[in-house]
Design a protein around this ligand. Structure first.
Ligand code: HEC
Length: 109
Protein backbone atom coordinates (compact mmCIF):
# COMPACT_ATOMS: atom_id res chain seq x y z
CA UNK A 1 0.00 0.00 0.00
CA UNK A 2 2.70 2.41 1.01
CA UNK A 3 4.59 1.60 -2.14
CA UNK A 4 1.53 2.34 -4.27
CA UNK A 5 1.18 5.76 -2.69
CA UNK A 6 4.86 6.45 -3.25
CA UNK A 7 4.56 5.44 -6.87
CA UNK A 8 1.50 7.59 -7.37
CA UNK A 9 3.31 10.53 -5.83
CA UNK A 10 6.32 9.97 -8.04
CA UNK A 11 4.15 9.80 -11.15
CA UNK A 12 2.44 13.03 -10.13
CA UNK A 13 5.75 14.72 -9.51
CA UNK A 14 7.23 13.57 -12.79
CA UNK A 15 4.23 14.52 -14.85
CA UNK A 16 3.93 17.96 -13.28
CA UNK A 17 7.61 18.75 -13.83
CA UNK A 18 7.49 17.62 -17.44
CA UNK A 19 4.48 19.87 -18.09
CA UNK A 20 6.37 22.86 -16.71
CA UNK A 21 9.47 21.91 -18.62
CA UNK A 22 7.44 21.82 -21.83
CA UNK A 23 6.09 25.32 -21.34
CA UNK A 24 9.51 26.75 -20.48
CA UNK A 25 11.18 24.85 -23.25
CA UNK A 26 9.02 26.23 -26.01
CA UNK A 27 11.20 29.31 -26.32
CA UNK A 28 14.42 27.29 -26.00
CA UNK A 29 13.27 24.74 -28.56
CA UNK A 30 12.15 27.55 -30.82
CA UNK A 31 15.60 29.08 -30.62
CA UNK A 32 17.15 25.82 -31.84
CA UNK A 33 14.59 25.43 -34.64
CA UNK A 34 15.12 29.04 -35.69
CA UNK A 35 18.73 28.25 -36.65
CA UNK A 36 17.20 26.70 -39.79
CA UNK A 37 15.40 29.94 -40.56
CA UNK A 38 18.27 32.29 -39.78
CA UNK A 39 20.04 31.66 -43.09
CA UNK A 40 17.31 33.57 -44.88
CA UNK A 41 15.60 35.60 -42.15
CA UNK A 42 18.78 36.57 -40.27
CA UNK A 43 19.84 35.50 -36.76
CA UNK A 44 17.82 38.41 -35.38
CA UNK A 45 14.85 37.67 -37.69
CA UNK A 46 15.16 41.08 -39.31
CA UNK A 47 16.35 40.16 -42.80
CA UNK A 48 13.89 40.36 -45.63
CA UNK A 49 14.36 36.85 -47.01
CA UNK A 50 15.23 37.09 -50.73
CA UNK A 51 13.92 40.65 -50.49
CA UNK A 52 10.45 39.03 -50.47
CA UNK A 53 9.41 38.48 -46.87
CA UNK A 54 8.60 41.07 -44.27
CA UNK A 55 10.66 41.40 -41.07
CA UNK A 56 9.45 38.47 -38.98
CA UNK A 57 11.06 39.42 -35.65
CA UNK A 58 8.50 40.47 -33.06
CA UNK A 59 5.45 39.82 -35.24
CA UNK A 60 2.31 38.88 -33.38
CA UNK A 61 2.29 35.14 -32.73
CA UNK A 62 -1.17 34.71 -34.29
CA UNK A 63 0.06 36.41 -37.49
CA UNK A 64 3.19 34.28 -37.59
CA UNK A 65 1.19 31.12 -37.11
CA UNK A 66 -1.18 32.15 -39.89
CA UNK A 67 1.73 32.74 -42.29
CA UNK A 68 3.39 29.44 -41.40
CA UNK A 69 0.17 27.49 -41.76
CA UNK A 70 -0.44 29.14 -45.09
CA UNK A 71 3.00 28.10 -46.36
CA UNK A 72 2.74 24.64 -44.87
CA UNK A 73 -0.67 24.00 -46.36
CA UNK A 74 0.37 25.33 -49.76
CA UNK A 75 3.08 22.61 -49.85
CA UNK A 76 4.65 22.31 -53.26
CA UNK A 77 1.61 23.65 -55.06
CA UNK A 78 3.02 27.11 -54.59
CA UNK A 79 5.56 28.79 -56.83
CA UNK A 80 8.86 30.51 -56.24
CA UNK A 81 9.32 32.07 -52.83
CA UNK A 82 6.16 30.51 -51.38
CA UNK A 83 7.57 27.14 -52.36
CA UNK A 84 10.80 27.98 -50.53
CA UNK A 85 8.90 28.46 -47.27
CA UNK A 86 6.70 25.41 -47.85
CA UNK A 87 9.83 23.27 -48.11
CA UNK A 88 11.16 24.62 -44.81
CA UNK A 89 8.02 23.60 -42.99
CA UNK A 90 7.34 20.29 -44.68
CA UNK A 91 8.46 18.15 -41.73
CA UNK A 92 7.34 20.52 -38.95
CA UNK A 93 5.00 19.20 -36.27
CA UNK A 94 2.43 21.44 -34.61
CA UNK A 95 4.78 21.57 -31.63
CA UNK A 96 7.67 22.72 -33.85
CA UNK A 97 5.48 25.45 -35.32
CA UNK A 98 4.37 26.59 -31.87
CA UNK A 99 7.92 26.68 -30.56
CA UNK A 100 9.40 28.61 -33.43
CA UNK A 101 6.49 31.07 -33.33
CA UNK A 102 7.04 31.57 -29.58
CA UNK A 103 10.67 32.37 -30.26
CA UNK A 104 10.21 34.65 -33.28
CA UNK A 105 7.37 36.61 -31.67
CA UNK A 106 9.68 37.45 -28.74
CA UNK A 107 12.56 38.70 -30.87
CA UNK A 108 12.94 42.48 -30.67
CA UNK A 109 11.30 44.20 -33.65
C1 HEC B 1 15.62 29.41 -47.93
C2 HEC B 1 15.24 30.66 -47.32
C3 HEC B 1 14.22 30.63 -46.18
C4 HEC B 1 14.28 29.89 -45.02
C5 HEC B 1 15.37 28.91 -44.59
C6 HEC B 1 13.12 30.26 -44.26
N1 HEC B 1 12.38 31.20 -44.91
FE1 HEC B 1 10.68 32.11 -44.21
N2 HEC B 1 10.51 33.11 -45.97
C7 HEC B 1 11.38 33.01 -47.04
C8 HEC B 1 10.86 33.77 -48.16
C9 HEC B 1 11.52 33.92 -49.53
C10 HEC B 1 9.63 34.33 -47.72
C11 HEC B 1 8.64 35.18 -48.52
C12 HEC B 1 7.71 34.17 -49.17
C13 HEC B 1 6.61 34.79 -49.97
O1 HEC B 1 6.89 35.31 -51.04
O2 HEC B 1 5.47 34.75 -49.48
C14 HEC B 1 9.46 33.91 -46.32
C15 HEC B 1 8.38 34.28 -45.53
C16 HEC B 1 8.25 33.96 -44.20
C17 HEC B 1 7.21 34.47 -43.32
C18 HEC B 1 6.14 35.49 -43.67
C19 HEC B 1 6.79 36.82 -43.43
C20 HEC B 1 5.94 38.03 -43.70
O3 HEC B 1 6.10 38.60 -44.78
O4 HEC B 1 5.16 38.41 -42.82
C21 HEC B 1 7.42 33.91 -42.10
C22 HEC B 1 6.61 34.13 -40.83
C23 HEC B 1 8.57 33.04 -42.22
N3 HEC B 1 9.04 33.10 -43.52
C24 HEC B 1 9.08 32.28 -41.19
C25 HEC B 1 10.12 31.38 -41.35
C26 HEC B 1 10.52 30.44 -40.32
C27 HEC B 1 9.91 30.35 -38.92
C28 HEC B 1 11.54 29.71 -40.85
C29 HEC B 1 12.29 28.56 -40.20
C30 HEC B 1 11.49 27.43 -39.84
C31 HEC B 1 11.79 30.20 -42.19
N4 HEC B 1 10.92 31.18 -42.46
C32 HEC B 1 12.80 29.72 -43.03
C33 HEC B 1 12.59 32.32 -47.06
C34 HEC B 1 13.01 31.44 -46.09
Amino acid sequence: MKKKIQTAFLVMLLSSTSVCALADNSFARGEIIFKKCAGCHGLDGRNKAFGKSGVIAGQDSADLMESLNFYKESEFKGQGSTLVMAKQLKTFSTQDLNDVVTYVSKLPK
